[in-house]
Design a protein around this ligand. Structure first.
Ligand SMILES: CC(C)(COP(=O)(O)OP(=O)(O)OC[C@H]1O[C@@H](n2cnc3c(N)ncnc32)[C@H](O)[C@@H]1OP(=O)(O)O)[C@@H](O)C(=O)NCCC(=O)NCCS
Length: 178
């Protein structure tokens, strides 16, 4: 497996990940596919400028065009007027035909290792839906601490989520067991 930056050629993978009701069941529901080309263009620019880490998961380095999903680490900017500080957040998605092989866990570990190596991002937060077994399993086995539950506003609804956090410099296991 390797991670590479999102590029403008990733529109099809974005549509499959973000415009599908099953893939987005825990993420506020599907987005309109009409907006995806613009979204990918913006994300590719952000990745290229290193403003955020927006990575596509390539399961087989010999087949770079085949994409299994994404893992993303960015600075979450709270809404103006809330008085909250920005914080680092990570999220992941793996397409159905690639699920259950440990790819999300390995990709998340790889990105957090990079954060540790570069001493960037500080404490990293994740907010999987409380009922999302695989995502909560990833947090648990990679050394995140469960800080509690909270209600996350997502599009036009509210999702009950777990709040996990990790400092990769001190809490990340050296190796990931799949
Ligand atoms: C969540 C998601 C990324 C998991 O991807 P994946 O590559 O299949 O995950 P992995 O194979 O790395 O498995 C991760 C862990 O979950 C466990 N797991 C898998 N299915 C599970 C289930 N139904 N219930 C509980 N744990 C489960 C695995 O055993 C593994 O834990 P372990 O290493 O301790 O054994 C993928 O299902 C997905 O993209 N879903 C839709 C989008 C989404 O919900 N994204 C996450 C938002 S926070």
């Amino acid at each position: 497996m390797l991670l590479r930056n999102v590029t403008q050629d990733d529109v099809d993978a974005y549509v499959r990940m973000r415009c599908d009701p099953v893939m987005t069941a825990d993420l506020g529901g599907p987005l309109p596919s009409a907006g995806m080309a613009d979204k990918v263009r913006r994300d590719a620019q952000e990745a290229a400028s290193d403003h955020a880490w927006l990575k596509m998961i390539v399961p087989d380095p010999d087949t770079p065009a085949m994409v299994a999903g994404s893992v993303t680490l960015w600075s979450h900017e709270p809404a103006p007027g809330t008085g909250q500080e920005p914080f680092s957040e990570i999220g992941w998605m793996v397409l159905p035909e690639f699920q259950g092989r440990g790819l999300a866990k390995r990709a998340t570990h790889t990105l957090l290792e990079q954060a540790r190596t570069e001493n960037r991002w500080g404490v990293v937060h994740a907010f999987p839906a409380a009922g999302n077994g695989p995502s909560n399993g990833i947090c648990h086995s990679l050394g995140f601490q469960l800080l509690g539950e909270l209600d996350m506003p997502f599009a036009d609804r509210v999702l009950r989520s777990n709040h996990w956090a990790i400092d990769p410099r001190t809490d990340l296991p050296q190796e990931v067991r799949i």
